[in-house]
Design a binder for this molecule. Structure first.
Ligand code: APR
Ligand code: ZN
Length: 253
């Protein structure tokens, strides 16, 4: 029998015995990188009406949506760097423990930290697409001196993210559902787990028999229901603890 002293140690033990691990991440994992979450205290939707994130609003008044929502998001994404939570998940991949990250974030921080298999469930802010000719522009080259940003052809650029009212790209959805149904552990990190269909992934994993380990600053609808256990704390600290425990377990004796 193995005695565990902390939930981080329990998670490390579970991970060391697993065959297939996936992480589902949300805005909470990037909070320690300076990007605010959407919901809760200090969240984006406290200051900005979420209607600005709806595709219909963007089509009706792209200038306003760039001004109110997207310009600020670009500033945040441009400045953000990975934190110990992103780095810890990348380390889990290097250790051969974690295979895939499904993220609802559009900030690219998992890839910057070194994760190589990242499903960007809600798309990405790394590229923008002209709504007229389909040309793509990398975020670093997007000119926001005049809003909305425009392509050479005169068309308006939109970020390649999923607005409210848009479908999740079907290949992302299908692959995520597949992975969720096949994993034996799902780490659910920093998501309020209320936006569908992303919030369905832990349910799929649980129903297929996986251990769902939740890491969040506060309880969510998954806590005590879908989650096998929840580790309450900041993602950066909790994931660093888990990685440290796992490295001890995996160290050759
Ligand atoms: N460490 C861990 N968890 C944290 C931290 C932190 N440092 N800071 C905040 N959290 C948690 C909050 O407790 C909350 O449960 O992260 C969660 C953030 O929730 P949301 O802001 O709702 O973010 P998310 O779940 O990713 O939102 C889903 O909604 O509007 C959208 O499209 C947007 O992808 C986004 C989707
Ligand atoms: Zn164009």
């Amino acid at each position: 029998m193995t005695f565990v002293e902390s939930l981080a140690e329990k998670a490390a033990l579970d991970l060391s015995r697993s065959k297939s691990v996936v992480a589902l991440t949300g805005a909470g994992i990037s909070v320690e990188s300076g990007i605010p979450p959407f919901r809760g205290k200090g969240g984006v939707w406290e200051k900005i009406d979420p209607a600005y994130a709806h595709i219909d609003t963007f089509h009706n008044d792209p200038e306003k949506v760039w001004e109110v929502l997207l310009k600020g998001l670009k500033d945040l994404v441009d400045r953000a760097r990975p934190n110990p939570a992103h780095e810890g998940l990348a380390r889990l991949e290097t250790l051969g423990v974690l295979q895939t990250v499904i993220t609802q974030n559009v900030d690219g921080l998992h890839q910057m930290a070194g994760s190589t298999d990242v499903i960007e469930f809600h798309g990405s802010f790394a590229w923008h697409k002209c709504m007229d000719c389909g040309s793509r522009c990398p975020n670093s080259e997007l000119d926001l001196n005049r809003l909305p940003p425009r392509c050479r052809c005169g068309g308006i650029f939109r970020p390649e993210l999923v607005f409210f009212g848009e479908m999740i790209p079907s290949h992302h959805l299908m692959r995520s559902e597949q992975i969720a149904s096949e994993c034996d552990i799902m780490l659910v990190v920093g998501t309020s787990a209320i936006v569908q269909p992303a919030a369905l992934m832990p349910v799929i994993a649980k129903n297929a028999g996986a251990t769902v380990i939740e890491i969040n600053k506060e309880p969510t609808p998954l806590t005590g229901t879908i989650s096998s256990y929840s580790i309450m704390g900041k993602a950066g600290e909790v994931i660093s603890d888990i990685v440290a425990e796992l490295e001890l377990i995996m160290k050759p004796q």
